[in-house]
Design a protein around this ligand. Structure first.
Ligand code: NDP
Ligand code: GDR
Length: 361
């Protein structure tokens, strides 16, 4: 019998990679997507259009803030595995939308777990919760592992702590096979454009091709453990194939600053950055032309920042046999190359009089 998976957040970065991964494994894949005023399925259109997927890839309209809808979909789909990837996932935005973030990210997780329980599916359905390195926040230990105490620094992280513990609670209280993947930052060419890595690679391509003058950033010294999303979705699946449900840190074990990411991304298009000034006056200058191409803008500072994340993926390596396969250098190169292609395509469209959505910075 082929397995059935239900993915919330299927239109997001991870949802798209996971759906493709599971379809390749022969799964029937159901996804929950939100109705929006414009199409929001760009990242999965290639899966919808592929005749090989045909009846194996099915979308349902839904929302994590609507329990009746979640209960109905789970009852209809009868999934063997649920991957809860849906979330208001932007840390800075969570400071602006705290109540909604808690509703979707914290209570949303509870709604799915309760649906599984109400429907009597606790022995049938396995559950994956998209937990995050943001739980560690103001890091109490370096590197961070499964036993490191949490210290959340945003409304997003606090909401995700609820999601983490409610997942543990349903495992312990009802015997549900439920796992938290504590994933450190993972990126790709389809990463949302407002996360710092994609914002940088998109700007690098556009500056190189003359479509943008400069790039404004916030804290250049924040450090993150950045991996590749394509590697990380495999770990999600592996957790649900084990004999016992457990929680795992998924990370590369390397950390880099935003500043290093910027330097490497520009290096990939032959631009060397020289830093001048400090604090709000700091600027990144193109060493060859002398042009100021990076500015610091306090708009991107957060009320409480997470300064340093570095994960220890030893447990995942030993118990799951999982390792991160894509180096930092390869990840940055991959993202820059794809954004160069995107920008070239957009410029061609504009030149021929076609409208390009998302053109502005
Ligand atoms: P994205 O922001 O790319 O995708 C989030 C998905 O959630 C989108 O499909 C979005 O829909 C959907 N969504 C948002 N709110 C709701 C809602 N109320 N009801 C239903 N769906 C909703 O995130 P990623 O793919 O990067 O991340 C996946 C998950 O993993 C998230 O939970 C995130 O918090 C977590 N995570 C991510 C990490 C990372 O580095 N990427 C690291 C650790 C954890 P729409 O397309 O309509 O906006
Ligand atoms: P993060 O990712 O907050 O780690 O959350 P993001 O890319 O937004 O920020 C990383 C670091 O870069 C600094 N920064 C900027 N960030 C953004 N977005 N824009 C800027 O202009 C900018 N300048 C500097 C930030 O201050 C921060 O320190 C991501 C999300 O995917 C979460 O859902 C996930 O849980 C965590 O990763 C792990």
């Amino acid at each position: 019998m082929q397995k059935i998976a239900l993915i919330t957040g299927i239109t997001g970065q991870d949802g798209a990679y996971l759906a493709e991964f599971l379809l390749n494994k022969g799964y029937y894949v159901h996804g929950i997507n939100r109705r929006s005023s414009q199409f929001n399925t760009d990242r999965i259109d290639h899966l919808c259009d592929n005749p090989e997927n045909d009846s194996r890839f099915i979308l349902h309209y839904g929302d994590l803030t609507d329990s009746t809808n979640l209960i109905r979909i789970i009852q209809e789909v009868q999934p063997d595995e649920i991957y809860n990837l849906a979330a208001q996932s932007h840390v800075q935005v969570s400071f602006e939308t705290p109540e909604y973030t808690a509703n979707a990210d914290a209570v949303g997780t509870l709604r799915i777990l309760e649906a599984i329980r109400i429907l009597g599916m606790t022995t049938k359905t396995r559950f994956y919760q998209a937990s995050t390195s943001e739980l560690f926040g103001k890091a109490q230990e370096i590197p961070q592992k499964e036993t490191t105490p949490f210290y959340p620094r945003s409304q997003y992280a606090v909401a995700k702590i609820f999601g983490y513990w409610i997942t543990v609670n349903y495992r312990e209280a009802y015997g549900l096979f439920a796992c938290n993947g504590i994933l450190f930052n993972h990126e790709s060419p389809i990463r949302g454009e407002s996360f710092v890595t994609r914002k940088i690679t998109r700007a690098v391509a556009r500056i190189k091709l003359g479509a943008q003058e400069s790039l404004s950033l916030g804290n250049l010294d924040a450090k993150r453990d950045w991996g590749y999303a394509g590697d990380y979705v495999k770990a999600m699946w592996m957790m649900l194939q084990q004999e016992h449900p457990e929680d795992y840190v998924i990370a590369t074990g390397e950390t880099h600053s935003v500043r290093e990411f910027v330097e490497l991304a520009f290096k990939n298009v032959g631009i060397a950055i020289v830093w001048q000034g400090s604090g709000l006056e700091e600027k990144g200058v193109d060493a060859a032309s002398g042009k100021e191409i990076i500015h610091v803008n306090p708009r991107y500072f957060r009320p409480t920042e997470v300064d340093l994340l570095l994960g220890d993926p030893a447990k995942a390596r030993e118990k799951l046999g999982w390792t991160s396969e894509t180096s930092f250098e390869k990840l940055v190169r991959m993202m820059v190359i794809e954004d160069l292609k995107n920008t070239e395509r957009d410029l061609l469209c504009k030149k021929n009089g076609f409208k390009v959505s998302n053109w502005n910075e």
